[in-house]
Design a protein around this ligand. Structure first.
Ligand code: ADP
Ligand code: MG
Length: 682
């Protein structure tokens, strides 16, 4: 018996060259091969009479060869073989190109099973290159459900099928990880049967059941992993906060909290008073006021003698947070400090010393806050902003930093329910579904190149009224091949030829941290009229005086990303606008963009985006922190996801630490999965 970890080269017919092709599909071992699932199936089980075959729809039929195949040599490299076949209902002419096998095998007067599609024209019906098998042969390409595999250049479906068959013959499929009780309850096939059936189903129905089992399995492993994390945290104790009175905080705010903010703060206060580490997600659309919710939590921690840390994904954002929180907290005697990677060594050392000595109550910064070098005197609360940039594994690392602080994560990306369940299955959730009063929706328009003059005039008008504009381009550098606008070149063009009298600034991800910082800060101070940028401005940056955003080649972005970008305007009192430009005439693309013009509901947009582009694209591949699901489709398999979550939660309660083979195998798989997910995080 071979093992799942054995290389594919132990199989017959797979040498180094073939192995390279398999490696193209990330198939290195027998296990990879067995987990290389079909992307679909062809039902070749049913035989139809020739008469009933539909034009251009492939089908299976039994027929007798009515003459000896004749092969004509047309020219070098082109031989055509013709033969006529018939059943009781009709005759059919078959044509084979360069098919010596057909010419030799098909014998006058004998019956075969064929599979192919009829093509019809005014001369009559014909079939080109059908596959066929003798009646007494084993069914390989006819009389069966044929799995269709994802392929790569040089690798045929038949080759993959053959390799998978061999693998299943020489080694056992992956071990069962779903307990029998769960399988029974949800009508789930045992692992062994499912792995065989997904590759060699006896019927389409069996293929379906096998697929369902494997989808369930993927979700089960992932949600069991999250449930284990949750259970590990739930078992932990920490001293409950006793002073939960926020009156002073509220009276220091320049406004009253919205109802949604109020509810989120109440959730948090309840968590903090409970004596177990908080593990909460605050999810709210751009501008819903998450910062003040975080501030309330920090205030509460500090009042109870603990330190709080707020981590942002970019330096710009960290600096903005620090500024606004310091403005709020300094008068109350709460000491804040900023810690980012681009500060000088000496600056960082001083801040770290202060944090360790307990002279800082609230530390705001980037990843530097959680590097080895940063030690806290009494860290009680960790807040992360824009959580989707951090991911599940990082969250686990954080909570394992020893001190088991309360954890509050904030996400401005309205996440479709399906994804939220997955990514945040280990968190409690508060939703900010209400914007502060007086916010007007950002009017959004989709236009083509013919509107260029009007766009320019509009930019000029906004600037004349004392406002500022963002112009977002999909690329940093010129890219002739794609024909899309680059921030660098477009900034130059606008400055040189369109707006020589305006102050044009440039911001993109290839600039150094300090440069970006300076450019953004200058823009926020009103030292530029138009900022031409890439998506680096996507996250959180607040410039209330910016009232117009032009997004060039908008079809290059995902809907959620566009929504995030748009959230950079409409943050002040003045009416704001967003103009999407696109050369793309594709109807679906335009519809997608028009959806954005019609609604400002981030949740609706996110659902649509998930449906259209899948979860991988949703956050950008590297940022998702989600494992890749091989079989499951996150926007379609919601019910299975729910079942798997319910089942895994029950399983953790009942036998999460049990010594059964299933429990052991499951824990192993969870480990592998999270390790892999870790690798996809930035
Ligand atoms: P986000 O949820 O996108 O992080 P912010 O916390 O940055 O939103 O808040 C956006 C703006 O709304 C900020 O200028 C903030 O001061 C303001 N704001 C927050 N809460 C309220 C409120 N309850 N009433 C009025 N303005 C508010
Ligand atoms: Mg924010």
């Amino acid at each position: 018996m071979a093992r799942l970890s054995d290389p594919v080269t132990i199989l017959k017919g797979i040498g180094p060259a073939k192995a390279k092709q398999f490696a193209q599909l990330n198939i290195l071992t027998l296990g990879d091969l067995i987990c290389h699932f079909p992307r679909g199936y062809e039902d070749r089980t049913r035989l139809a009479p020739i008469e009933k075959l539909e034009v251009d729809v492939p089908g299976c039929f039994k027929a007798m060869v009515m003459n000896s195949p004749r092969t004509s040599h047309i020219r070098k490299g082109l031989d055509i073989t013709r033969v006529q076949v018939a059943d009781a209902t009709a005759r059919l002419n078959l044509t084979f190109f360069n098919n010596k096998y057909a010419a030799e095998q098909l014998q006058y007067g004998r019956e075969y099973i064929f599979y192919g599609a009829v093509s019809g024209d005014f001369i009559g019906y014909n079939m080109t290159n059908p596959v066929f098998e003798a009646l007494d042969s084993a069914p390989v390409v006819t009389r069966r459900v044929l799995p269709i595999y994802p392929l790569t250049a040089g690798l045929t479906n038949a080759a993959v099928l053959k390799a998978v068959r061999q693998a299943l013959a020489v080694c056992d499929p992956p071990a069962e990880i779903i307990p029998a009780s769960v399988r029974e309850r949800y009508g789930i096939l045992p692992a062994e049967r499912a792995y065989y059936a997904i590759h060699e189903p006896a019927s389409m129905a069996e293929a379906e059941v096998a697929k369902k089992r494997l989808i369930f399995e993927e979700f089960f492993v992932f949600s069991a992993g999250l449930a284990l994390m949750r259970a590990a945290r739930a078992g932990k104790q920490c001293a409950p906060y006793e002073d939960l009175n926020l009156t002073d905080f509220h009276s220091a705010l320049p406004f009253t909290l919205t109802g949604a903010q109020q509810r989120a703060v109440e959730d948090i206060i309840r968590d903090l008073g409970r004596g177990a580490p908080m593990n909460r997600l605050v999810q709210g659309d751009v501008g819903s006021g998450k910062t003040m919710v975080a501030a309330a939590a920090a205030y509460c921690a500090v009042k109870n003698g603990r330190q709080a840390a707020l981590m942002a994904p970019t330096e710009i954002l960290a600096e903005q947070h620090h500024e606004s929180l310091n403005r709020l907290f300094a008068p109350m005697g709460i000491r804040t400090a900023l810690l980012t990677g681009s500060m000088t060594v000496k600056e960082k050392r001083l801040v770290r010393e202060a944090i360790e000595a307990g002279e800082v109550d609230l530390a705001v910064g980037t990843h530097a806050l959680f590097s080895q070098a940063t030690r806290y005197k009494n860290l009680g609360l960790v807040i992360t902003d824009e959580q989707h940039r951090f991911g599940v594994g990082q969250r686990a690392a954080l909570s394992s930093k020893g001190c088991d602080p309360h954890l509050l994560v904030m996400s401005a990306t309205p996440i479709p329910r399906t994804l939220a369940l997955l990514m945040y299955g280990d968190l409690d959730v508060s939703i900010l579904d209400e914007l502060p009063p007086g916010r007007e929706a950002v009017d959004t328009f989709l236009v083509g190149e013919s509107y260029r003059a009007r766009i320019n005039a509009f930019i000029r008008r906004q600037v004349a009224e004392g406002h500022q504009c963002f112009v977002v381009c999909p690329a940093v550098e010129e890219n002739e091949e794609l024909g899309i606008k680059s921030a660098t070149v477009w900034a130059e063009t606008l400055q040189q030829t369109v707006f020589p009298d305006l102050r044009i600034a440039l911001l993109h991800g290839q600039m150094k941290g300090a440069e970006k910082e300076a450019a953004m800060a200058a823009f926020a101070r009103g030292e530029a009229d138009v900022m031409v940028a890439t998506t680096v401005i996507e996250v959180g940056v607040d410039v209330p005086n910016a009232t117009l955003m032009v997004i060039e080649d908008a079809d290059r972005f995902g809907l959620s990303q566009l929504h995030q970008l748009r959230g950079r305007v409409g943050r002040g009192k003045a009416k704001s606008y967003c103009i999407l430009t696109s050369h793309n005439r594709n109807v679906e693309t335009l519809q997608r963009l028009k959806a954005l013009c019609k609604t400002t509901d981030g949740f609706k947009i996110a659902e649509e985006d998930l449906r259209l582009r899948g979860p991988g694209d949703f956050f950008g591949q590297r940022q998702s922190g989600l494992p890749t699901f091989r079989v499951a489709n996150l926007s379609l398999d919601i019910q299975t996801l729910k079942d798997a979550q319910e089942a895994s939660a029950a399983w953790i309660d009942a036998e999460g630490t049990a010594d059964t083979p299933e429990a052991k195998a499951l824990r192993e798989r969870i480990g592998e999965l999270f390790e892999r997910a870790e690798g996809t995080m930035n």
